[in-house]
Design a protein around this ligand. Structure first.
Ligand code: 26Q
Length: 824
């Protein structure tokens, strides 16, 4: 058994306070009299960080001595958000910090807000990686994350005259949560050529030589688990010129500028996160990032394994590596290269080790997001890797030819090398061939990859290689941290905070469904969260919204498949209907606030038009005296993790309305329901499993099913495509100039009307509008609504990322938690 101050915390409030004061006066070199909120944040963060370090060291020692199998989660994105609030809550000392800071004259909530988000990710995939780290630590799994330490995270979004403007996110000015390890470096090679010789046994030996070298420097970030001493490590690599590269020869011989240029080129590798979400564009720098990070991580993993002095065949008993999408697929090739070229293993023995080590998670079926790299690009940058990829493909196709003789269509279809001009390497196929398990992220999605994009591989490898692990979210950040009052209310009814570690305990709430005081408190919490968001909306957009109105929220990356355009068309339709009513009739309508947020990839034209349309509609609707409180449309600038923590708890209904079959899972859907909001959504991704858990009565589903999508798309091109009449009415008003220059929005309209409506906006529009009418009716009955919300929350236990991580651990990694109570 442990006591709280042993788990990374402070002995008491005074101990905390004196550490804060010490950091203000020494580390920050300031006097207490000119300590502002920024300094208070810095000192508090440093104080908590100091406490984490001790458990972090102990955890690493414990994991090394126990010699247990470790999980390595390779992700190009970790969308962590803020660390201080999370650290205080995970060591269960936020109350202590609150009291201590109050004595120093600060409010803990204000201090927390000073922190800059760690925004090393685009959206769902990056946030999933962050939730997984929280669960791995909270469940005591020996696990490391490996990623890139981008100098610039996802850009900051400003809205100027209704348009998105991107501003760089320089976040490293003061970051107490990272520890540079200048002694942990790896030299990474690029370009060069392959020399092949024959050894004494007559075997060909290949060596990759020459080229340029860049140094990878490790930066470590502690990841504290909730209410456990386990503090895992996230290792982020930063690129630097290799010694010799910033050449003193050059420097002295007057080539100062070119020597600085070499250095800058090296540092460019980890300079910036690519801001595309669900889109692959084959840029060389992106491939460099991938190899740089993969090679440094594998070197590190192999070095750690070698210290155990075990034989190579035991590598997969010690190491599980999970590939977060295809971005780290080169790790498969790199490990094979290490084993055959550097360690001298035979191909088959090496390949066996490789396949048993890796697992691959697919996050998308969208064709434009499936990664491909051109052969000439790889050949130039990584010549030896291209050879190994060709060999992997050769041996793979030989087994296919053996098992399906004469099926040349099959050989062409499953080949890792696409026979195009130029030839392309299909990274997902390489990842499948080089892994022992492939998983999708929700049931429908896993079924779709088995039956569509990867169906041939199911024939070849059999069905057992393909599996599902439905995504989850950490209830620590997405309930306890984001919605502290709701967390306390739940704790008071379920017997303490145990539900934060076993989320199925939420089902005890259903016992209180008729408890008047409980329901009242529930409603008050939701209202208070809406008031807080209303204040934020007022402060940032100037729009006054009524917290008693129904808050209708869609916050996520802007993408045509996610259909924010359908949402804003729906809002326009609502506006037109209100305008057409008599004042008496109008006053009987439900009040709504339509809230949007999300970033568009900088080069994504359609997504940017959607943002502009939302803002243009807001400018008209929000200033229309006929409408008043009945409808407001707001776009919240710079949606990110810390904003989500405020927005999610304030929603009544949230929109998860992707074209069926396109959203692999979605995870914000889970966050909203967990915080007592309901969903309007399509039968897509995890919406389907949410429906299974909370029941059909507690979710507003609409639209066509994924089985129908192909036929509908086909029909659109057969000439008789008719746009839904309500949508025609919406288009007419846009084209009349009611929301500004219609030219600004013409591509949004023609995508639906003239270009085949690929995302089925028109097909789903009337059922979407009907479903919103059902939402209004349900919300009219406030008591009925609260019952739906409580019931839903009580049934959300399945969606904890703890459940999800346990499934990976058992079904894919074969790892077990490490007992933390048996310390020496
Ligand atoms: C690829 C190549 C080059 C540059 C960028 C990329 C790239 C970057 C990010 C491709 C895809 C992504 C991100 C994908 C993503 O976030 N997918 C989401 O993953 C979530 C977690 O599984 C799911 O819930 C979402 O449904 C899925 O869209």
């Amino acid at each position: 058994a442990w006591t709280k101050h042993q788990v990374g915390g402070f002995k008491d409030k005074d101990a905390f306070e004196s550490e804060v004061v010490r950091h203000v006066e020494t580390t920050l070199a300031r006097s207490l009299y000119n300590c502002d909120e920024t300094a208070a944040y810095s000192a508090t963060a440093l104080a908590f960080r100091d406490r984490l370090i001790l458990e972090w060291n102990r955890t690493q020692q414990r994991q090394t001595f126990s010699d247990s199998k470790r999980v390595y989660y390779l992700s190009l994105e970790f969308l962590m958000g803020r660390a201080l609030d999370n650290a205080m809550l995970n060591v269960e000392q936020k109350d202590l910090a609150k009291d201590g800071l109050a004595e120093l004259g600060f409010r803990v909530e204000d201090v927390i807000q000073q922190e800059h988000d760690a925004a090393l990710g685009n959206g769902g995939l990056g946030r999933l990686a962050a939730c997984f780290l929280d669960s791995l630590a909270s469940l005591n799994y020996p696990a490391w994350g490996y990623g890139l330490r981008y100098r610039y995270g996802i850009f900051k979004q400003e809205i100027i005259d209704g348009y998105q403007v991107e501003v760089p996110d320089y976040w490293l000015d003061f970051n107490p949560w990272e520890f540079p390890r200048h002694d942990v470096t790896v030299d990474i090679q690029f370009y060069g050529k392959v020399l092949t010789e024959t050894n004494d046994k007559g075997n060909a030996i290949s060596q990759w030589e020459g080229g340029e070298t860049v140094k990878a420097v490790a930066y470590d970030v502690p990841i504290p688990g909730y209410a456990t001493p386990t503090t895992n490590n996230l290792r982020l690599w930063s690129s630097k010129a290799a010694s010799g590269e910033f050449d003193f020869q050059k420097f002295n011989s007057g080539e100062y500028e070119s020597s600085v240029a070499d250095q800058q080129r090296a540092e460019t590798i980890s300079a910036v996160l690519y801001p595309n979400d669900n889109l692959d564009r084959g840029k060389e720098l992106r491939l460099k990032q991938q190899y740089f990070w993969v090679a440094a991580s594998l070197y590190d993993i192999v070095r750690r394994f070698k210290k155990t002095r075990r034989p190579w065949r035991e590598f997969p008993d010690q190491v599980a590596i999970q590939l977060n999408d295809t971005h780290p697929t080169l790790a498969i090739v790199e490990l094979q290269r290490i084993l055959i070229d550097l360690e001298g293993l035979e191909w088959d023995e090496a390949w066996n080790i490789v396949v048993n080590t890796f697992g691959y998670t697919n996050h998308t079926v969208l064709p434009e997001a499936l990664e491909k790299w051109s052969v000439p690009l790889i050949e130039n940058l990584l010549p030896r890797h291209l050879q190994i990829i060709y060999d992997i493909n050769l041996y793979f196709l030989q087994t296919v030819e053996r098992d399906f003789p004469g099926d040349s269509d099959l050989l062409r279809d499953v080949s890792i090398v696409e026979e195009s001009e130029p030839k392309m390497i299909r990274m997902a196929y390489l990842a499948i061939v080089g892994s022992h398990k492939v998983n999708g992220v929700a049931e429908l999605h896993s079924e779709l990859i088995r039956t569509t994009i990867f169906k041939d591989f199911v024939r070849i490898f059999g069905p057992d290689k393909f599996t599902n692990v439905t995504n989850g979210i950490t209830p620590r950040r997405w309930l306890h941290q984001a919605n502290p009052r709701l967390s306390e209310l739940i704790a008071s009814k379920t017997g303490g905070h145990g539900f934060l570690k076993d989320l199925t305990a939420l089902n005890k709430l259903e016992l209180y469904i008729d408890d008047k005081d409980f329901r009242k408190e529930w409603a008050e919490i939701k209202y208070a969260n809406k008031v807080r968001l209303a204040k934020h909306i007022k402060a940032t957009t100037g729009v006054t919204v009524n917290p008693a109105a129904l808050f209708d929220v869609q916050v996520k990356r802007i993408h045509e498949y996610k259909r924010q355009q359908m949402n804003i068309f729906g809002a326009i339709h609502r506006y037109l209907e209100l305008k057409a009513m008599s004042p008496e009739q109008r006053q009987k309508q439900m009040r709504r606030v339509s809230i949007f947020g999300g970033k568009a990839a900088p080069g994504y034209w359609m997504a940017k038009q959607i943002i502009h349309l939302i803002n243009s509609v807001g400018a008209v609707v929000n200033n229309d005296k006929d409408i008043g409180d009945l409808l407001k449309v707001v776009f919240l600038e710079d949606y990110n993790v810390s904003k989500a923590e405020m927005i999610v708890p304030a929603s009544d209904i949230s929109e998860h309305i992707s074209t069926a079959g396109t959203e692999a899972s979605g995870t914000s859907n889970m966050k909203f329901v967990l915080n007592g909001g309901l969903i309007i959504g399509t039968c897509d991704g995890a919406n389907i499993e949410i429906t299974r858990e909370v029941s059909q009565d507690n979710i507003f589903l609409f639209g066509h099913l994924s089985e129908e999508v192909d036929d509908l798309r086909y029909a659109h091109h057969s000439g008789d495509h008719v746009v839904d009449p309500k949508l025609v009415g919406v288009f007419e008003e846009i084209e009349n100039g009611r929301f500004g220059n219609p030219k600004d929005f013409s591509d949004l309209i023609s995508a639906v009307r003239d270009h085949g409506d690929y995302y089925l906006v028109s097909d789903d529009f009337s059922s979407y509008v009907d479903s919103h009418a059902a939402v209004d009716e349900a919300y009219r009955d406030q008591e009925g609504w609260i019952t739906k919300c409580i019931t839903s929350v009580s049934r959300m236990g399945f969606f904890s990322s703890d459940r999800c991580i346990n499934e990976y651990a058992e079904g894919i990694w074969n790892v077990e938690p490490l007992d933390t109570t048996k310390d020496k």
